[in-house]
Design a protein around this ligand. Structure first.
Ligand code: AMP
Ligand code: MN
Ligand code: MN
Length: 332
């Protein structure tokens, strides 16, 4: 542990030593979870169980229907109870504490608080922090950790980590994908991942209502700043009309980003209670959407970041697009 320097990383052996005496462990990840959040959570929980810990795996949103294909998906539950006691708590893929939702409200302060993540904006809110912003996915860090722990990578752990890494790298395409990422993927395949079946579940299976959402998004898309920025919005009325779930909109933004000439794409989603969820993507490292989201209390990665802003959706869109236009304008 490095109490004198909270910005310094703990080592894997320090984390392992801290976990050793723990009998009960809670693993959790960020709300509105993606494949990295849930895959890393399940993989870590499975390993902890295999070494005899009593484990709970929580996510604010529970297990999403679209990630049901992950082996042992049933391990993940929504937070429950109050004053629950755990000897250790591990936050995965979570940049700031409040992205855990109500998870921490349901538990007593655990003796050991561990934070493992790859967000550059991570607030290092744990007692032991392992933050590697060069890693393309928390799942890749978890893999290295499990190897250091001498863990047996079972087929179920392998599939969860493969899904975590594959989804967070845009299927091994984003610039933070390294040779090591492919080496890890190869080891996971050797450990039993069925690439064809898993990839079909990840990328080639969607509910029809998601196609209706895509139809809506393509009708609504707007371009700004000489076509360098594209955006679309989804109101509560649209959600009700289309019958879509929050999990359906992940990835729709990629259609906007892929357009020739577009450098940054942004999606505005009206939430209940006067808030708007902003999701943004960049495809030019000189355009840092994490910085833009940071202006509005959000964060993430340079090329994929988000924020939650108060106000009406039109007003929020105007404010955010202005700031994004300034960022894009810097490189023009
Ligand atoms: P999303 O656009 O929701 O897929 O998120 C893109 C990235 O930004 C992810 O790495 C998120 O963890 C991060 N992110 C999204 N929303 C927020 C937020 N409100 N605060 C901090 N980070 C966020
Ligand atoms: Mn994530
Ligand atoms: Mn991630």
């Amino acid at each position: 542990m490095n109490p004198a320097n909270p910005t310094m990383n703990a080592t894997f052996s320090e984390i392992l030593r801290a976990l050793e005496p723990a009998r009960t462990v809670l693993v959790a990840s960020h709300l509105r979870p993606d494949g990295d959040a849930l895959g890393s959570t399940i993989a870590f929980a499975l390993w902890l169980k295999s070494i005899g810990k009593e484990v709970a795996a929580w996510n604010e949103d529970g297990m999403l229907e679209k990630f049901r294909y992950l082996p042992e998906a049933d391990l993940v539950a929504a937070p429950s109870g109050s004053g629950r006691k755990f000897d250790a708590f591990i936050a995965l893929d979570t940049s700031v504490k409040n992205r855990l939702g109500t998870v921490l409200d349901a538990i007593e302060e655990p003796a050991t608080f561990i934070n493992i993540d790859h967000h550059i904006s991570n607030a290092r809110f744990g007692a032991l922090n392992y933050i590697d912003s060069a890693s393309p996915a928390t799942g890749q860090i978890v893999f290295e950790f499990l190897k250091a722990a001498g863990a047996k990578i079972t087929p179920a752990i392998a599939a969860n980590l493969f899904a975590a890494i594959s989804t967070d790298t845009g299927s091994f395409q984003y610039p933070n994908t390294t040779a090591r990422t492919f080496q890890v993927a190869a080891e996971l395949i050797e450990a039993g991942v069925n690439v064809g079946a898993l990839s079909q579940a990840m990328y080639d299976t969607q509910p029809r209502r998601r196609l209706e959402l895509l139809r809506h998004a393509l009708n609504e898309v707007k371009f700004f700043f000489e076509g360098k920025v594209a955006s679309f919005s989804l109101t509560q009325a649209d959600v009700a009309r289309l019958g879509v779930l929050p999990e359906d909109n992940e990835g729709i933004i990629d259609h906007l980003r892929s357009v020739d000439g577009v450098i940054a794409a942004v999606f505005f989603e009206e939430l209940e209670g006067g808030k708007v969820r902003v999701s943004s993507r960049s495809k030019d490292p000189r355009v840092d959407v994490c910085k833009v989201c940071g202006l509005f209390g959000g964060g993430g990665h340079a090329l994929a970041a988000g924020a939650r802003m108060s106000g009406g959706i039109a007003e929020v869109a105007e404010k955010f697009l202005k700031a994004l236009g300034d960022e894009v304008g810097r490189i023009a």
